[in-house]
Design a protein around this ligand. Structure first.
Ligand code: FAD
Ligand code: SF4
Length: 335
């Protein structure tokens, strides 16, 4: 049985108070949302800290209105918000296939954006890790997936909400010891499975915000997972477009769960703005996405298969945006 290690639990009532507790915790701390990711890692003995600061009692993080979602809002609350889903229907299917109903009941939006990178070498019990050998991300000298890497971890980013917020032009509001700042979510991530993003340790995600013109985008999130009941993505593609008839006016693409961060594919998207969204264009974009994705063996499925499926999922996303009826298959055939 895996049991939680001992820690001090703080329950601040405001963002400022939480940041104060964090600054005083000189031996190390973690913020806690719903705990569905953090506490699993604690049970595995992965990078634990002596102080845990729960953000559940901070009202400011629970607000949701007009495309702004507080960091502490649960995934289930987003799923039940008819106005939000009406304005941004892509989240309906994204949420429906994210973890399980029970986890969505507890898991929060900020916790989902910050879900730790995953790796088949690391996300194991201590017993298994001792047998396999420790790695760079937890007390070891080098990466086991990319042999010889002593300064970069290649664990997989597996959050489902970030890529969708990215293609809709979402921004993130952070509060920290030096005040507040806002940045585009696409600029938030940093390509290393340990560092993961540009957030300072004490900073709190206050909200994620969508611009009002995001309502006029067509968007799709296509996720490939091993178990249909619930599972992290083995790979996924998020896409959004603003169409002028059948011509692509704006296009955004993210390849998800094939690297340590959701990959913002701006060069590929820029190449096809102004083109007609024909079968030939869809095939060309899908092929560019396939070529650009370079997954490593950090998840269950072989990297070559996941790379090929990035192309399939891109085509599926673009067909959905075009208005085709897209069927979901678990095979490698194009839809
Ligand atoms: C069986 C299982 C299946 C899962 N499947 C999926 C899946 O399919 N897709 C998916 O995306 N996820 C999945 N998850 C991961 C996880 O449950 C979700 O990502 C969830 O949304 C995490 O939210 P949380 O509030 O529980 O995060 P927590 O575990 O509380 O925190 C996660 C991280 O975020 C930090 N944090 C939390 N809130 C804030 C804040 N406001 N400001 C700053 N830091 C903060 C914490 O310090 C921690 O580092 C799964 C988990 C399990 C156990
Ligand atoms: S990618 Fe390498 S360093 Fe990162 S968790 Fe896996 S084995 Fe460890």
């Amino acid at each position: 049985m895996m049991i939680l290690p001992e820690f001090e639990l703080a329950r601040p009532r405001s963002v400022d108070e939480a940041i104060g507790v964090a600054r005083a915790a000189t031996d190390g701390f973690d913020y806690l949302g719903g705990g569905t990711d953090l506490l699993c890692n604690y049970k595995w003995g992965l990078n634990t800290n002596p102080t845990v600061i729960s953000l559940r009692h901070i009202g400011e993080l629970q607000r949701m209105a007009d495309g702004s979602v507080g960091g502490g809002v649960t995934l289930a609350a987003i799923e039940k918000d008819a106005d939000f889903l009406h304005d941004f229907p892509v989240f309906r299917r994204t949420l429906d296939r994210l973890a399980s109903p029970l986890i969505r009941q507890t898991g929060t939006l900020a916790g989902n954006i910050l879900v730790d990178t995953r790796c088949i070498w690391l996300n194991q019990s201590l017993f298994a890790r001792k047998a396999l050998g420790k790695c760079l991300k937890a007390d070891g000298p080098e990466c086991r997936v990319v042999k010889g890497s002593i300064d970069r971890c290649y664990a997989n980013y597996s959050g489902d909400m970030a890529p969708v917020f990215m293609v809709l032009g979402g921004t993130m509001r952070l509060a920290g010891p030096d005040g507040e700042r806002t940045l585009l979510l696409r600029d938030f991530f940093a390509l290393d499975g340990i560092r993961r993003n540009v957030k300072q340790k004490e900073e709190i995600i206050v909200s994620l915000d969508l611009p009002s013109d995001a309502k006029t985008l067509r968007a799709s999130y296509q996720k490939f997972r091993v178990r249909e009941a619930w599972d992290f993505p083995e790979l996924a593609v998020a896409a959004s477009a603003r169409m002028d008839g059948d011509r692509i006016e704006e296009l955004s693409l993210v390849a998800n769960a094939v690297a340590s961060i959701p990959l913002w594919m701006d060069e590929i998207a820029a190449k096809y703005r102004g083109e007609t969204l024909s079968d030939a264009t869809i095939d060309a974009i899908a092929e560019d996405m396939r070529k650009a994705a370079k997954p490593v063996k950090a998840t269950l499925l072989p990297p070559g298969y996941r790379k090929a499926m990035v192309g399939v999922m891109t085509a599926r996303a673009l067909r959905e945006i075009r208005g085709d009826v897209v069927t979901e298959k678990q095979s490698g055939e194009a839809a």
